[in-house]
Design a protein around this ligand. Sequence first.
Ligand SMILES: Cc1cn([C@H]2C[C@H](O)[C@@H](COP(=O)(O)OP(=O)(O)OP(=O)(O)O)O2)c(=O)[nH]c1=O
Length: 193
Amino acid sequence: MLILASASPRRRELLDQIGVAWRAHPVDVEEIPRAGESPEDFALRMAVTKARAAHDAVPGHLPVLGADTVVSIDGDILGKPRDREDALDMLGRLSGRTHTVLSAVALLHQGYCHQALSTTRVCFRDLSPDDRRAYWASGEPADKAGAYGIQGLGALFVAHIEGSYSGVVGLPLFETGELLRRCGLISGIDNQT
Ligand SMILES: Cc1cn([C@H]2C[C@H](O)[C@@H](COP(=O)(O)OP(=O)(O)OP(=O)(O)O)O2)c(=O)[nH]c1=O
């Protein structure tokens, strides 16, 4: 059993997929990049901050897992869209181009903070203004980094990816499994925390 410092239904489903038992403790942290902070450093810092916040809030000695996913293009960080205009603008930037999705994981266990980062290149087809407006109207982009979900209708925009599908969805399962294995919390596929 571990504490999942997350409100994301995707992260819960992904942990279920690898048979890891979890108890959710969502935390509210300020997700603002520092001046000059790289997308990689920002995603890792957020994953660690979420894990620490849940650790501080939950008594006991269970391991705590935090994660963060950001989209990066031209060196800029795209988090969740603020509103419709922001989402349409993000989708416009991603249209017909390849961007990077960074998914960071932090595992607090026995006083140590173990971290991992997954980097995935995602290639989008061209999106017309009508595509973008209709996609926003579907409701899917609102709570997702880069204003799309590869696991939903957003799949229709993704020509190919190079990297981790689960990382794009929000929790890179290979990297997460390696952290859990290194801490002795799972062993192979016959796992259970
Ligand atoms: C790119 C992409 C992101 N996302 C989601 C994953 C994350 O939930 C979200 C990025 O926001 P995050 O800040 O990483 O996570 P969150 O606020 O949803 O959840 P919590 O902080 O409580 O753990 O975008 C998808 O679901 N599909 C995608 O294809």
